[in-house]
Design a protein around this ligand. Structure first.
Ligand SMILES: [Zn+2]
Length: 474
């Protein structure tokens, strides 16, 4: 399909969409082009997103009691009009959980949030209609693969109940379900990765992996600690969902597993997220969701800068658990770019609840600090070894804590040996931490550090002396 045909096909779509239009054989292939060749279909993608948004909002108004009075009766919504509607945050979501469900859907199954933000986990309902739609959608996308005589791909997918992992793109034929936060899950995965199978018409070994970044970290730790090597040519690709892979680990993982890692930001609450773009060193969003940036001082919608990410997942990919302008609680930076894959690039900085604000718009995210110091070998980590799986909080990230006093910040970081015993090493490590933080954190924070040197302090601590440390656990 050429960009011109794609655009004309979208323009031919009915003025007002009905739910039965979206399940048609016309629409699903269009999405496959949006996903696989976003470069040349950008213009069409905007039209498509706005059409899906109009349908999402009219369905929500008609069928989800929470939204019936909030959404005006209007048929031609555009993403930039969304800001006339109220947002919904996690507290409101807990209070109105039953009222945001679409009444015309049939209960199918549940997923859940893991509660890593120290909030109680949230059950997320999905409908049978949604599941059927997604199955049809993926089978159309994969129809080429499934009809050919080539061996069908064999993969492994972590966490079937989370992040829509079981349904992730692109076209994986058959998957073994795994769990990488438990001992047995890691052992089973290591076994799956080293064995050959003899299923008729299916690849004889696992060639694709789909995991969370934490799952991949645990798996890599186990495999390397036990000197297990992945057979050459075993894997063709690894896809990561949830939170993105930090740069410090991407290279190590790619070198060990000998394949490129495809990186995604996604969340349990909805289908769809953002994909990593090498050219921009940032992320572009899928057409299944409408992203917005909310100014943290004025609470209004802005186009670029620092703010909170607000997402609206779109019908028909999200049908039962209706979220309109959902406050994700994630701190992000958004920039305009000259990229063929999207005009806006998103960078994820950490959970807002765990960030430290030192001045208006100036933040230190716990995730970005953890990532920036991760590659420094002299830093102390939670005890490594297989027993870490008994406690998910004890992943092997460097041990550190961010402490705010007034409008100053101190970052305490543990060394493997007491800093006083080797003052020269301590000084070198302190410089490394400083430089890495300057490099990893966005320009706004970098400039603040440079012009407020007296307000930014790094303190090196002896091993296991930092209490209630910050950690990046996802
Ligand atoms: Zn890009």
């Amino acid at each position: 399909m050429t960009p011109e045909i794609f655009l004309s096909k979208i323009k031919e779509l009915p003025e007002v969409w009905e739910p039965n239009h979206v399940g048609s054989n016309v629409l699903a292939p269009l999405f496959s082009y949006v996903l696989t060749e976003p470069v040349i279909y950008h213009q069409g993608r905007e039209l498509l997103t706005n059409k899906l948004l109009s349908l999402t909002l009219s369905m929500a108004r008609k069928h989800a009691p929470y939204y019936s009075k909030l959404i005006p009766d209007k048929h031609d919504w555009r993403a930039e009009h969304l800001n006339i509607l109220p947002m919904i945050d996690k507290c409101e979501l807990y209070a109105n959980q039953s009222k945001i469900l679409s009444e015309i859907t049939t209960f199918g199954f549940v997923t859940f949030t893991t509660g890593t933000t120290k909030q109680p986990p949230l059950l997320i309902e999905r409908s049978q209609e949604e599941q059927l739609y997604l199955q049809n959608f993926f089978s159309i996308l994969q129809s080429g693969v499934l009809k050919s005589n080539k061996a069908k791909p064999l993969g492994i997918v972590e966490g079937s109940m989370n992040h829509g992992a079981v349904l992730r793109l692109p076209g994986i034929g058959y998957n073994f379900m795994i769990e990488l936060t438990k001992d047995y899950g890691i052992i089973r995965t290591a076994w799956l990765l080293q064995n050959k199978f003899n299923f008729k018409g299916i690849e004889n070994k696992v060639s694709q992996m789909n995991t969370t970044v934490m799952g991949l970290s645990y798996l890599h730790q186990y495999l390397t600690e036990n000197n297990i090597e992945i057979p050459p040519g075993q894997l063709k690709s690894i896809t990561v969902f949830g939170w993105p892979v930090p740069k410090s680990r991407r290279e190590i993982f790619e070198a060990y597993f000998k394949v490129p890692i495809h990186d995604n930001y996604s969340m349990s609450e909805m289908f769809g997220g953002a994909k990593y773009c090498k050219e921009c060193d940032g992320y572009h969003f899928d057409p299944f969701v409408v992203p917005e940036l909310i100014d943290l001082e004025t609470n209004t919608s802005i186009k670029t800068g620092t703010g909170e990410l607000v997402l609206t997942p779109l019908f028909p990919f999200t049908q039962r658990f209706v979220l309109i302008r959902y406050r994700t609680g994630d701190l992000i930076d958004v920039d305009t770019v000259m990229c063929n894959k999207g005009t806006l690039v998103y960078r994820f900085r950490g959970r807002l609840k765990r960030c430290i604000k030192v001045a208006p718009y100036i933040y230190f995210g716990e995730a970005e600090v953890a990532k920036s110091i991760d590659a420094i070998a002299e830093l102390n980590r939670a005890p490594s070894g297989f027993h870490i799986f008994k406690d998910n909080d004890k992943n092997n990230w460097p041990l550190f804590k961010m402490i705010k006093s007034g409008n100053a910040i101190e970052i305490q970081v543990e060394l493997k040996s007491p800093p006083l015993e080797a003052p020269t090493i301590a000084l070198t490590v302190e410089k490394k931490i400083y430089n890495n933080i300057l490099k990893e954190l966005p320009k706004s924070t970098r400039n603040w550090i440079k012009s407020n040197p007296e307000k930014f302090k790094i303190t090196l601590k002896p091993p296991f002396s930092v209490k209630e440390r910050d950690y990046w656990n996802l």
